[in-house]
Structure formats: structure tokens, C-alpha cells
Design a protein around this ligand. Structure first.
Ligand SMILES: [Zn+2]
Length: 108
């Protein structure tokens, strides 16, 4: 599948549901529901490409089902940083990061 920008899109966010109308939970097959919920999760994670994000944001205006899924996944995404234990970076990682930032600033 290709995204709206022509960039190949692979992985868990590669399946895109039909976004032309509102989804009705009772009318969905289990497979369609998985695709819809996966797409909502990718949107909540910010993992869709810009074209997909714009199309899905437009779809959300007319689909209460997808809005409810995005709200659910949004709460999960917001809690992710609290779910991991912070690990201090090694001095070598810090030095490489600062060198990369310095290099980036010098090449602008
Ligand atoms: Zn929907």
C-alpha cells in the first residue's frame, strides 16, 4: 500500500479502512473492526503519514465510533511515558547526541 504522499507504508499502520462514511459497530465484520481499531491506534500514536492524518481527522468529524476509539487510545498513549522506568543515558550516548545536534546546527 502507498500513502497519500506516495511513500510506501508498511507495518501495523499499513491497513487503511474505508473512511467515506461513519462506521457502525454492529455492521462491522471482525476483520473490518480490527483494521478500523488499528488505524485509530496509529492515529493516536501519531504514526500515520500527513496525508493519512488529514484524511482521518476529517473522518473523525463524522464518525462517533472512531472518535470513541481514538479517545480510548489517546488515554493509553498519554499514560505510556509513566509506564516505563527512566534509564540514564551513558556518557557515550550523551556525547554522540550532542555531537549530532552540534553538527545539525552547523549544517543549517
Ligand atoms: Zn470511523
Amino acid at each position: 500500500m502507498t500513502s497519500g504522499t506516495g511513500t510506501p507504508n508498511q507495518g501495523p499502520c499499513s491497513a487503511s479502512p474505508d473512511l467515506t462514511g461513519a462506521h457502525l459497530l454492529g455492521a462491522l465484520t471482525p476483520k473490518a473492526r480490527l483494521v478500523i481499531e488499528g488505524h485509530a491506534a496509529c492515529y493516536a500514536l501519531g504514526a500515520l503519514n500527513p496525508g493519512e492524518t488529514t484524511a482521518y481527522a476529517s473522518h473523525l468529524q463524522r464518525c462517533a465510533y472512531c472518535r470513541s476509539i481514538v479517545a480510548y487510545f489517546g488515554a493509553v498513549v498519554d499514560s505510556l511515558p509513566a509506564a516505563v522506568r527512566p534509564v540514564p543515558a551513558s556518557p557515550a550516548v550523551k556525547a554522540r547526541l550532542l555531537a549530532a545536534v552540534r553538527n545539525d546546527l552547523l549544517t543549517r
